[in-house]
Ligand binder design. Sequence first.
Ligand code: MD3
Ligand code: FE
Length: 217
Amino acid sequence: MQGLLDLGAPDAQTPEQIGSDAWLLKGFALRDADALLAAIEQIATQAPFRHQVTPGGYTMSAAMSSCGAYGWVTDRHGYRYSPQDPQSNLPWPAMPTLFSELAERAARSAGFAHFEPEACLINRYTTGARMGLHQDKDEQDLSAPIVSISLGAPITFLFGGPNRSDPTSRWLLEHGDVVVWGGISRLFFHGVAPLGKKASHPATGLMRYNLTFRKVR
Ligand code: MD3
Ligand code: FE
């Protein structure tokens, strides 16, 4: 008989190491996916998704919003964390307890106790949207991990090394997957390939959402 006791299948209880101090928790957020998507919709009524412009003058193909004490902002002048949404000059929407508790549990499963995220960046990808190789280093405390939750259409994640020219490995990130990055991988180059034309999920259609939880200060 098949499927009753599949001990070989990866699941939320067995983190898969995808790099030094980087852990993939396959399906870890699956149970909470509907509630997460409803919360994202609510957040977007207060802080709508927008395509930000980089200091280099490029418009990002992923649309972004944020919740929590800080949001990530880029414009012609540079990148920064800001306690206000520059579009409204209001504080970002509060981080739902569901978000912070899920991020804390995921970090704990990967060996990082007491993770208290101060910012949750929300990226929204539609067909063709991508994120080029970059490092996340706008946070003051680089000892805290970053937790990411993928929802909706699957995408290919590119995971490099400490130098831009390092080779990249590819990982498929699907609905409900959670990844925790700490230690040296926290500063590794990474990005996502363009969202495929046929990529979809029943819960989101052609959209993919990514939540990243960060300690900022
Ligand atoms: C590895 N987001 O928001 S999530 C980002 O799918 C970002 O939207 C991508 O890169 C996305 O900055 C990738 C995975 C991720 C996030 C942060 C990392 C991987 C990371 C920080 C350090 C190393
Ligand atoms: Fe990043």
